[in-house]
Design a protein around this ligand. Structure first.
Ligand SMILES: [Zn+2]
Length: 278
């Protein structure tokens, strides 16, 4: 299915931190080895079965943690099956529950060195204590090295520093094989594309982010667009519509397989950032 997106939810932080059950969604498979497990429809969290334990991408916030954990159990796994926790970027809505998940799983937390520093030095722009969510601070256990993929089982996640939305925003790319057809797909999630932190208004008050990050984002999009991605996953499900096909996955049908979505998604996000520069 071609690229589609929807506008952001109204009051997403209040909804997620005060009444997350109103945006509940059951876990659903998106590719041969990956499931959407956030349990809610605002912030994406993904579980990859590597054949030798699980990788978790992003955790959302403590108030919605029960939905993430319930999703993991519903798929027949348990939290301690998770061996590595990968964080896309240092915003509370993606990592606010990372510390709690480390407690539950015993798994190390990975993030970029740049965003770890951003988080440590600038809580008001990362953990956002004024958000109303009871996020927990943490120190990551491992830093990404883009020359050394994060591997587990037979899955190897290539990381790519893609700054802009934050200074250390990290995108993920990995391959999965369709067990029925034998085809190999490149699955990817861009680490963060929100224009809310890439506009002059934000830069005027930010202690940390500067307009050169926006330039870097726009330049990177031109390179990223040319990369082969067969299944593009959103870090927020409104950015690339996927919940409309929840529950429909089969290895034969591949409802999320479309090699045009990635480039169209990036083009649209660059357009949104450029629009705010006028
Ligand atoms: Zn963000």
């Amino acid at each position: 299915m071609p690229f589609r997106c929807t506008p952001g939810m109204k009051a997403p932080v209040e909804t997620l931190s005060e009444k997350p059950w109103t945006i509940a969604i059951k876990p659903f498979q998106v590719s041969p080895r990956t499931w959407y497990v956030a349990g809610q429809t605002w912030v994406g969290c993904y579980l990859i079965d590597t054949g030798d334990g699980l990788l978790l991408i992003d955790t959302a916030i403590p108030e919605s943690l029960y939905m993430l954990v319930d999703s993991i159990y519903a798929l027949g796994y348990k939290p301690t099956d998770i061996k590595k926790i990968l964080i896309s970027h240092a915003h509370f809505d993606h990592m606010g529950a990372a510390a709690a998940m480390r407690e539950l799983t015993g798994a190390p937390i990975y993030m970029s060195r740049e965003d770890a520093k951003f988080m440590a030095e600038c809580p008001e722009e990362t953990m956002i204590p004024q958000s109303g969510s009871h996020c927990q601070y943490f120190t990551p256990d491992e830093f990404y090295d883009d020359d050394r993929p994060v591997t587990l089982g037979d899955i190897s996640v290539k990381t790519l520093l893609t700054p802009g939305h934050t200074i250390g925003c990290t995108s993920f790319f990995w391959e999965e094989k369709n067990p029925v057809t034998g085809e190999t797909y490149v699955v990817a999630m861009h680490g963060g594309v929100g224009a809310n932190t890439m506009n002059d208004g934000y830069y005027a008050t930010s202690k940390y982010l500067t307009p050169d990050l926006r330039d870097r984002f726009l330049a990177d999009v031109e390179v990223l667009k040319k990369m082969r991605v067969d299944i593009a996953l959103p870090s927020h499900p409104n950015q690339i519509t996927i919940t409309d096909r929840a529950g429909s996955y089969t290895h034969e049908s591949q409802p999320f397989l479309d090699g045009t979505v990635w480039a169209d998604f990036l083009t649209e996000r660059a357009r949104q950032v450029t629009e705010l520069m006028k």
